[in-house]
Design a protein around this ligand. Structure first.
Ligand SMILES: Nc1nc2c(ncn2[C@@H]2O[C@H](COP(=O)(O)OP(=O)(O)OP(=O)(O)O)[C@@H](O)[C@H]2O)c(=O)[nH]1
Ligand SMILES: [Mg+2]
Ligand SMILES: [Zn+2]
Length: 354
C-alpha cells in the first residue's frame, strides 16, 4: 500500500522531518474503539495502542487521535500490533461545539479534503440546517459539497437544487439517490487517489447508504426504522474510514441531532458571503441590519434578493459563534456575569422614565 493512496502528502511529510527516527512508521487512523486504533499503513492494516508518554500528554490536552488522523507508530514488521508514539498535526479538522455544558470543540473528522454535507430530500429537508452545517464546514479547512440524497422520493428535485445553490454561494450541489445509485459517480469525483471525503449530516439522511453504494458492498449497516417502536435501528455510532479500490478514502460518521456551531466570524462570513458583501455597503460600519438607515442588507430583503429567514439564521448562528468565542477565552462565570450585565442594561433601558 502506497502512503499517498492513504492521503499522505507534503503537509505530513514536513511534520515527519521533525521526527528523525527510522523505527517509526506513519499510519492513518481508520477506526477507534475501546482504546484500540485500527490503522492503515504502508504494510496494510495494523492495530495500535497509545504509548505511555503520548497517552499522558493527551490526557492533559484531551486531544486524542480520531478517525482520519495521521500518527507515527512503532515499526514492528512481524506483527499487526503496534504502539502509537506521536499524533501528527491536522491538515483540516471539522469540529462542533461539545454537547451539554462541556466547553470547547469536539473534533468530528480530520484530514478530510471534502466534507459532503448530506441532507435527505424527504420531509426532513431543511435549508436552515444546511446553512448551519456549511458554517461549521467552512471553519474546517475542508471543501464543503452539498449532497441532496433520496431524489427518488422527491418530486421537485430541480427546485430544491436551485434553492440550495442560492444559499451556498460557490459550493457544489449534487443530487443523488443512494438506493438507486444515481449521481454516485458525481460524488466519486471528489474521492480521487489520496483524497478523503467525509459524510456528515443528521441521522437517517443516508450517509451509510452512500458509503455502501460507493464501496459497492454492504460495509455499513443501514438505519432501518423499527415498525414496532418507530425508532431507527442500526444507526451508525462510530466514525470509520474506508479505502476505495481507486485509492480514495471515504468516512462514515454518526448522525448528529443538531450540530452546535463551532465557528469564528470568518467561517460565518464565508458561509454567508452574500450578506457579508452587502454589509460592506451599509451606512454604519457596525450595522446590525435590524432597522438602521442606509442598510443594504435590509434593502436586499425588501427587493426580494435575500430571504429574511436567511438573515434571521445568520443572526442566530452569529450569536452562537460569539458566545463560543467568549466561552473559550473566559471562564463560564465571567461569561455569565457579562450576560447578566447585558440583561440588566437592557432592562434599565426598558424601564419607563418618570
Ligand atoms: N428512498 C430512499 N431512501 C434512502 C436513500 N438512501 C438511504 N435511504 C434510507 O434512509 C434510511 C437511513 O439510511 P442510512 O444510510 O442508514 O442513514 P445514515 O445517515 O447513515 O443514518 P445514521 O447512521 O443514523 O446517521 C434507510 O432506511 C435507508 O434505506 C435513498 O436514496 N432513497
Ligand atoms: Mg449511518
Ligand atoms: Zn446593514
Amino acid at each position: 500500500m502506497n502512503l499517498e493512496d492513504l492521503g499522505w502528502n507534503s503537509f505530513f511529510e514536513k511534520q515527519l522531518s521533525r521526527h528523525h527516527d527510522d523505527n517509526l512508521t506513519p499510519a492513518r487512523v481508520s477506526f477507534q474503539g475501546r482504546g484500540l486504533y485500527r490503522l492503515l499503513s504502508a504494510r496494510g492494516e495494523l492495530w495500535g495502542e497509545l504509548g505511555g508518554t503520548l497517552s499522558r500528554e493527551l490526557i492533559s490536552s484531551g486531544d486524542f487521535p480520531v478517525c482520519g488522523d495521521w500518527v507515527l507508530a512503532d515499526n514492528i514488521s512481524d506483527s499487526d500490533r503496534t504502539v502509537i508514539r506521536f499524533l501528527l498535526p491536522r491538515m483540516t479538522s471539522f469540529s462542533r461545539k461539545r454537547a451539554g455544558t462541556a466547553l470547547g470543540p469536539q473534533i468530528v473528522a480530520t484530514n478530510v479534503d471534502t466534507v459532503c454535507l448530506v441532507s435527505g430530500l424527504d420531509s426532513d429537508f431543511n435549508p436552515r440546517r444546511i446553512e448551519r452545517y456549511l458554517t461549521v464546514a467552512w471553519e474546517s479547512g475542508a471543501r464543503p459539497v452539498i449532497v441532496l440524497n433520496k431524489t427518488d422520493v422527491c418530486r421537485e428535485v430541480s427546485r430544491r437544487i436551485t434553492e440550495v445553490t442560492a444559499l451556498a454561494p460557490g459550493v457544489d450541489v449534487i443530487a443523488v439517490s443512494a438506493t438507486e445509485g444515481s449521481g454516485i459517480d458525481d460524488i466519486r469525483r471528489y474521492a480521487g487517489p489520496g483524497q478523503t471525503i467525509a459524510f456528515l449530516g443528521s441521522s437517517g439522511v443516508g450517509k451509510s447508504s452512500l458509503v455502501n453504494s460507493l464501496l459497492g458492498r454492504s460495509a455499513q449497516k443501514i438505519h432501518e426504522i423499527d415498525p414496532s417502536t418507530g425508532r431507527g435501528l442500526h444507526t451508525t455510532t462510530t466514525r470509520e474510514l474506508f479505502l476505495l479500490p481507486t485509492g480514495g478514502l471515504i468516512m462514515d460518521t454518526p448522525g448528529m441531532r443538531e450540530i452546535q456551531i463551532w465557528a469564528s466570524d470568518a467561517g460565518l462570513d464565508t458561509a454567508f458571503e452574500d450578506i457579508a458583501v452587502l454589509a460592506e455597503g451599509c451606512r454604519f460600519r457596525d450595522c446590525t441590519h435590524q432597522s438602521e438607515p442606509g442598510c443594504l442588507v435590509r434593502d436586499a430583503i425588501d427587493q426580494g434578493e435575500l430571504q429574511s429567514e436567511r438573515l434571521a439564521n445568520y443572526h442566530k448562528l452569529s450569536r452562537e459563534a460569539d458566545y463560543i468565542e467568549l466561552k473559550t477565552t473566559h471562564s463560564v462565570s465571567w461569561v455569565e456575569k457579562e450576560r447578566w450585565k447585558k440583561i440588566a442594561r437592557a432592562a434599565r433601558k426598558l424601564k419607563p422614565r418618570y
